[in-house]
Design a protein around this ligand. Structure first.
Ligand SMILES: C[S@@+](CC[C@H](N)C(=O)[O-])C[C@H]1O[C@@H](n2cnc3c(N)ncnc32)[C@H](O)[C@@H]1O
Length: 362
């Protein structure tokens, strides 16, 4: 089930491709049901992938001084700066494979050494941003089953970081509708919003507000009436009204910084309209760390669930996802479940064998 090199290529073709540095793998002929898993050093396997063919990279490289990974020296650098420089260079090379609209999701944990956290995730994120990646999301992965700690002088660590970078600052693929969290509908009585807002409370707040002039109250009530009519007609699913001095604001009160603060000062109110498909997920993800050992030797897998939002949001249904440090193939496993094509690199053949089996069973 694991697709290696394009079997139609003859030896002379392969040599030609190596000399000309042209790709072997044609994703047009690959099915999501057969994730591509290549065994080798990601720095070398890069040449087997066509330029600008990958939509999203989702990966977790070896952590610094946390484990020994057979066949790899990444993570064993004595110097943290050297480790970061090595990873920055690898992701610079991988960038060639990614479409201009593409993303990189990087899961990385910190290292406690010399009695102090080394700040590895933050330092790596800064180095990648300095190398031209655009940082879009800083996700905290809260490990739901974070485990116990026998330490008595610091807190029990139970999180890791997942950074979302893009190649371009603005024009990147992000399918928000695929990841919105649709909340159960409050039974929609006529004239009420998804969460039961009818406007009666806002109406009362406007009338009783000591912070609005008579004229502002009249305008606010008229605006509320218009919004309620649009909701009744089915154009709006849910909303909130923020009224000067009455409702809690979620932005800065400085009108130079916030457009909403400016609107509040000018009109005395503003509206927040909610997407009918539900809110966009937050950047704190509470996910169980992988339970159940797939391998006796290897224990640093992330849970496939960690890849769900990255895959749905940044890999189109006909796109391709890449994990250059695939371990036991968690990303490939989830990509297959979500009907996305994927390619994985892994240096340790034992891990490749487990990843292959996991993906063919899944
Ligand atoms: C933190 S683990 C990734 C675990 C993976 N996310 C999973 O869920 O199983 C890092 C992996 O990178 C692999 N690795 C280390 N150096 C590599 C290299 N140069 N090329 C490809 N894989 C490498 C290691 O063998 C290890 O399996």
């Amino acid at each position: 089930m694991i697709y290696c090199y394009n079997k139609l290529l003859s030896l002379s073709d392969i040599i030609y491709h190596i000399v000309m540095d042209t790709p072997y793998i044609d994703f047009a002929h690959i099915d999501y049901k057969e994730p591509v898993i290549l065994c080798g050093d990601c720095r070398k396997l890069i040449v087997n992938i066509p330029s600008a063919s990958i939509d999203t990279i989702i990966t977790s490289p070896p952590y610094w001084h946390e484990r020994i990974y057979p066949g790899s020296l990444i993570g064993e650098e004595e110097d943290l700066e050297e480790y970061i420089n090595n990873l920055v260079a690898i992701f610079r090379d991988l960038k060639r494979l990614v479409k201009p609209t593409g993303s990189l999701w990087l899961n990385i944990g910190d290292t406690f050494r010399d009695q102090t956290w080394q700040n590895v995730p933050a330092k790596l994120a800064i180095a990648l941003a300095n190398d031209g990646w655009f940082l879009k999301d800083e996700v905290i992965w809260e490990k739901a089953n974070g485990g116990l700690s026998s330490r008595t002088n610091r807190l029990r660590p139970s999180h890791e970081m997942v950074f979302h970078f893009t190649i371009e600052a603005n024009n990147y693929y992000f399918e928000d509708e695929a990841i919105r969290e649709t909340k159960p509908l409050v039974k929609k009585a006529s004239g009420k919003s998804r969460t039961g807002v009818s406007g009666v409370v806002y109406q009362k707040k406007i009338e009783e507000s000591p912070f609005l002039s008579y004229r502002e109250k009249r305008k606010a009530k008229a605006a509320l009436k218009r919004v309620l009519k649009r909701m009744k007609d089915g154009y709006i699913d849910d909303f909130r009204m923020v009224i000067r001095g009455v409702e809690k604001t979620t932005h800065s009160n400085n009108i130079k910084i916030s457009g909403r603060a400016e609107e509040l000062e000018r009109n005395g109110y503003y509206f927040l309209f909610y997407n009918p498909k539900g809110p966009i997920p937050s950047d704190v993800w509470c996910i169980h760390a992988s339970s159940g050992r797939l391998s006796k030797e290897f224990s640093s897998s992330f849970p496939p669930e960690l890849c769900r939002i990255p895959l749905l949001a940044t890999c189109p249904p006909d796109g391709v996802a890449l994990d250059p440090f695939a371990g036991l193939g968690s990303m490939a496993f989830m990509a297959k479940a979500l009907h996305r094509k994927s390619v994985s690199f892994e240096i340790n053949p034992d891990n490749v064998a487990i990843a292959e089996k996991r993906c063919s069973d899944g």
